[in-house]
Design a protein around this ligand. Structure first.
Ligand code: DP6
Length: 390
């Protein structure tokens, strides 16, 4: 009888939130960007995808189960990841004929997020990073995180940055085959471990325009976009890398906010325009400005992706002045207790903005800079190959 053994490996992978934004592709098939970007990897204690990859001759086809619901794997992005990983495994098998021929077996991937997928958080980044890392573990590939980032990028651009912890750059690269469009570590989480992130979850609705199609329309119609890619981002990349290496929050915060504003300006300059920010997002901007004015310097920095949720970065030493004041403004929401954050006076804040935030923020997530993917033993697939029901 043929070998029906179920081979498997598991990993977790983090979410990352960009501080220099990726927006625009020069090659939509390979997900090659029009500019480089930088992100902070967030702690997996709060936000992570857990993925088990298995293969066996007893499986009939490649499948993917996310939070117990079956996903289509026939799309070009998932197919590209499977194909690239299989070909690396096939090369290993060719050089060492004693290895089992895993590259020829159907894959079963089971994945779970520890946060609501619908909350509009960067779930595709953690998802593709976990999928690629789990299959690389299953295949025992000697590939580095940078090698794997080249593959994860083809699943979702921002996923390439989730192969690393800490502070990560995605170098846009210039080659047509994308071989130099990869993620690299700027600094590990331990270099600047006091970085905190507070996420204001504004809406649980699914976003209006997906990043993938939104950025294509921007590239095709916005005049501002070209200036952003050619002049604004290269300057911000250099300033951001320096700010991170020097742990200079003033510079980090300024570039973070200007980057978010520049990206959303190109969205407004898209035709027809794309609006990701709403009144609640703008109230968050106003409150962060008030906090900084009160402090007399930048101690909090907002950033927004393709949706209305605000991510606010700050340093641990400013917890009271940032998270404490936001707790005072938002009042009774879950999340503050997890970090023992006491409500502070909101007298420095615009009262109208506070009311808009109170009405519009559904949930807060308090987290911090964290580590890259972690190989774990806990599996989502039983020894007989069946998904484990939670
Ligand atoms: C605004 O990585 O989701 O979050 O490559 O088409 O999958 P695709 O896009 P995606 O875009 C993320 C855009 C962003 C900025 C960023 O994360 O850099």
């Amino acid at each position: 009888m043929a070998d029906q053994k179920v081979y498997q490996a598991s990993t977790t992978a983090p979410v990352n939130i960009a501080v220099v934004k990726y927006w625009g592709k020069r090659d939509a098939k390979l997900n090659l960007p029009t500019n480089s970007s930088v992100s902070v990897t967030l702690s997996q204690a709060d936000l992570r995808t857990h993925t088990t990859a298995a293969c066996s001759s007893s499986f009939t086809e490649d499948t993917l189960l996310l939070n117990s619901s079956s996903q289509d794997v026939s799309g070009p992005r998932t197919q590209a990841c499977f194909r690239e990983l299989r070909s690396l495994r096939a090369a290993l098998e060719e050089s060492n004929p004693s290895l089992p021929k895993l590259s020829t077996l159907p894959l079963r991937i089971v994945s779970e997020n520890n946060f609501p997928t619908a909350a509009g958080l960067a779930s595709s980044a953690a998802g593709f990073a976990a999928l690629v890392r789990a299959i690389a573990n299953l295949y025992e590939l000697p590939s580095s995180p940078t090698d794997l980032s080249r593959i994860a990028r083809q699943g979702s651009g921002s996923a390439c940055r989730s192969l690393f912890g800490g502070y990560v750059a995605w170098q846009m690269g210039w080659k047509a085959d994308g071989s130099d469009s990869v993620a690299v570590e700027i600094a590990p989480a331990s270099h600047w471990p006091t970085m905190r992130a507070l996420i204001l979850v504004v809406s649980a609705e699914k976003k209006g325009v997906s990043s993938t199609s939104g950025m294509q329309i921007t590239v095709g119609t916005s005049g501002l976009f070209q200036r952003r890619a050619e002049i604004v981002v290269p300057k911000h990349m250099a300033e951001m890398e320096k700010a991170i290496l020097e742990k200079d929050f003033q510079a980090f915060g300024k570039v973070t906010m200007m980057e978010s504003n520049s990206f959303h300006a190109t969205c407004l300059d898209t035709f027809p325009p794309i609006f990701y920010l709403n009144d609640v997002s703008r109230a968050a901007i106003r409150v962060v400005e008030d906090i900084n004015r009160e402090a007399g310097k930048i101690i909090a920095a907002y950033t927004f992706d393709a949706g209305p949720n605000a991510v606010i970065y700050y340093e641990e030493k400013d917890t009271e002045a940032v998270a404490g004041v936001l707790n005072g403004a938002l009042g009774n929401l879950d999340g503050w207790q997890s970090r023992n954050i006491k409500a502070q006076s909101t007298s420095a804040l615009d009262a109208r903005a506070v009311q808009v935030l109170k009405d519009g923020v559904a949930r807060v997530i308090l987290t911090q800079v964290g580590e890259g993917p972690i190989r774990i033993e806990e599996s989502l697939i039983a020894a007989n190959g069946e998904p484990i029901k939670k």
